[in-house]
Design a protein around this ligand. Structure first.
Ligand code: GDP
Ligand code: MG
Length: 280
């Protein structure tokens, strides 16, 4: 089995809190994809689901030196073609290097070159957008960007660079089609009704116009935008939702909002952004 898909996103974009519910969905096998093998680091997944089952988001990893990549093998049907889904645990420092010095970590680079599809995570209301973080605070970068006032810019610059990497590095699919990129707007449960109905692409156009423009221009990638709520609501700030979540049991709360004419519709299959990137 040679196919792989990478899942990327800056720090705090919702990757870890997707992995837990994703594993439960893949293991349950009710969605478009199921898990063809147990993940090697099943403890990592269990640590995440422990938090979520207790009605909390999994916290950010404290020990940044202990890198924890996640990998799971998925398939659509028993005995059908398998794909490795890889979520590299990329530190703020590595992001900074990639964006500022255009220097990608060799392991990460070879993963990208092997992959024929990707998911890119962007989170709604990420406080990392307004609160400086390691890959944004670099004096170097702020100087390069000019204004320190435009808080949205660093994230956009990072995302645009990432899209450029994906465009040049991802490999063509076996069927000759362009590599697929699922752009996933996470914590989609946080947006207001109007924003929800306009859909995640309209959200990107408003909040990240450079990124949205870049996505519209892409020639070498086939792009689709999804809204995602890994746990179905705001466990941190919405006690009523949290209570309902705890009472209903741990699984099946997450959903995906699909773009393109079907905005406003929730699908409970959170494997969909991966399934589309795989080519289903
Ligand atoms: N409302 C809401 N917030 C989420 C969801 N998923 C993640 N978050 C928030 O995003 C934060 C960062 O998520 P995390 O998975 O740690 O991001 P990572 O750094 O990319 O692994 C969490 O602490 C939550 O506050 C979701 O489905 N809904
Ligand atoms: Mg994480």
């Amino acid at each position: 089995m040679s196919r792989s898909i990478v899942l990327l996103g800056g720090p705090d974009s919702g990757k870890t809190n997707y992995i837990g519910p994703l594993w439960r969905a893949l293991d349950g096998g009710k969605g478009a994809l199921y898990a063809a093998k147990q993940p090697e680091d099943i403890n990592f997944v269990l640590e995440i689901t422990d938090h979520i089952f207790a009605g909390e988001f999994a916290p950010r990893s404290e020990h940044r030196d202990a890198r924890r990549d996640f990998e799971v093998v998925v398939a659509a049907t028993v005995g059908g073609p398998q794909t490795r889904i890889i979520v590299p645990d990329i530190s703020g420092e590595l992001w900074r290097k990639a964006v500022i010095d255009c220097e990608i970590d060799p392991d990460w680079m070879s993963e990208l070159k092997r992959a024929d599809g990707a998911l890119l995570f962007v989170r709604v209301d990420s406080d990392q957008d307004v609160r400086p973080l390691d890959w944004v605070t670099s004096r170097n970068m702020l100087e390069k960007l000019g204004g320190e006032d435009d808080q949205g810019l660093p994230t956009q610059v990072m995302l645009c660079e990432l899209i450029r990497f994906l465009e040049t590095l991802l490999t063509d699919r076996e069927d000759g089609e362009r590599p697929r990129l699922s752009v996933v707007v996470t914590a989609w449960d946080l947006v207001d009704v109007g924003t929800f109905q306009k859909g995640p692409m309209a959200y990107l156009k408003r909040e990240y116009p450079l990124v949205a423009g870049r996505l519209t221009d892409l020639k070498d990638l086939d792009v689709r935008v999804f809204g995602l709520s890994s746990v179905g609501g705001d466990l941190k700030h919405d006690p009523v939702y949290r209570q309902a979540f705890l009472e209903a049991g741990p699984d099946g709360h997450g959903w995906v909002a699909v773009s393109e004419g079907e905005e406003g519709k929730k699908d409970s299959d959170i494997t969909l952004p991966i399934a589309w990137a795989v080519g289903l």
